[in-house]
Write a protein that binds this ligand. Structure first.
Ligand code: HPA
Length: 251
C-alpha cells in the first residue's frame, strides 16, 4: 500500500473512495491527524495531511517521527510526499511540478532520528540518494501515462521556516546548488530511510523564490492558493496512474 503525505493545498484526496479514518498512537507522540484509508483507481491507499486536516501545524512543529512511524506501522510500503516549494532554478515557474533527486538540509532543532536512544548502538544510514530511485521512476512513468508534465531532477533546499527566505538567502542556496526551496523534506526523508521506507516527492512550485522574477519585491502570498489548487488537480491525475502502476518492492 502506498502512503501519500499531503502538504499545503493537499489536505484531502477528493477522489478517494471507501474512506475510513484511524487514529494511530505512536511511541513518538501524535501524528498530524488520523490516517485516512481508501481506494483510488481500485487500489488501497493511506493518506495523511502533514500540517493537520485544518492546516494548523507549521513545518517546524510537524511531528515527523510520529507521522512516518504511523504510516510504516499500518503497512505502507512507500511514501509519496506532495509539498509546495519556491522555485530557484530559472526554468521553474509557479505551477510547475518537480520530481527532486537531492536534498540539502538547512533545518535546525528538529528531532531528526529514531536512533537517539542511549541504549541502542550508534546507527548511520546511507543517504547518498535521499529519494528512492525505484519510486521516482514509477512516479515519472505515472506522470507520462497521465499526460502531465513533471520536471525530473532537482536539488531541494530544506529551510526551517515558517518565515520565507530573504533574497540573499536564496542567492546562497542557489550558490550551494539548490533548485527549489521548501520547509518539510527534512527530517521527513531521513526518517523514512531509517525505517527502510521508500520515499519520494512531487513538489509543486507555488512561487518564484524570494528576490527572483515576480518575487523580486516580495512574495505575494495571496497569489499562491489558486496556483496550488490548479496544480494539485494535475497531481491527482498523476496519483491515479501511480497507484495503478505501483508495485511495492520486496523488502
Ligand atoms: N520557500 C520555502 N518554502 C516554500 C516556498 C518558498 O518560497 N514556497 C512554498 N513553500
Amino acid at each position: 500500500m502506498l502512503a501519500i503525505l499531503g502538504g499545503s493545498g493537499l489536505t484531502s484526496l477528493s477522489n478517494l473512495e471507501g474512506i475510513r479514518q484511524e487514529v494511530v498512537r505512536t511511541p513518538y507522540g501524535e501524528p498530524s491527524g488520523a490516517l485516512t484509508f481508501g481506494t483510488l483507481a481500485g487500489k488501497p491507499l493511506v493518506f495523511l495531511a502533514r500540517h493537520g486536516y485544518g492546516h494548523t501545524i507549521p513545518p517546524h512543529r510537524v511531528n515527523y517521527r510520529a507521522n512516518l512511524w504511523a504510516l510504516h506501522h499500518v503497512g505502507a510500503c512507500g511514501v509519496l510526499s506532495v509539498a509546495s516549494v519556491g522555485g530557484i532554478r530559472a526554468d521553474l515557474k509557479p505551477g510547475d511540478l518537480v520530481l527532486p533527486d537531492q536534498i540539502i538540509d538547512y533545518t535546525w532543532g528538529r528531532v531528526s532520528t529514531y536512533f537517539d536512544d542511549e541504549n541502542t548502538p550508534v546507527t548511520h544510514i546511507d543517504f547518498t540518494h535521499p529519494y528512492d530511485e525505484a519510486l521516482r521512476a514509477t512516479i515519472a512513468e505515472a506522470a507520462r501515462l497521465a499526460g502531465v508534465e513533471l520536471k525530473v531532477g532537482g536539488v531541494y533546499a530544506a529551510t526551517q521556516g515558517p518565515r520565507l527566505e530573504s533574497a540573499a538567502e536564496i542567492n546562497r542556496l542557489e550558490h550551494d546548488g539548490a533548485d527549489l526551496v521548501g520547509m518539510t523534506a527534512m527530517p521527513e526523508a531521513a526518517l523514512a530511510r531509517e525505517l527502510n521506507l521508500p520515499y519520494a516527492a512531487i513538489n509543486v512550485v507555488a512561487n518564484y523564490a524570494a528576490g527572483r522574477a515576480d518575487s523580486a519585491q516580495g512574495i505575494q502570498l495571496s497569489a499562491l492558493e489558486p496556483i496550488l489548487r490548479e496544480a494539485l488537480g494535475r497531481v491527482r491525475r498523476i496519483l491515479e496512474c501511480l497507484v495503478e502502476a505501483y508495485q511495492p518492492a520486496a523488502q
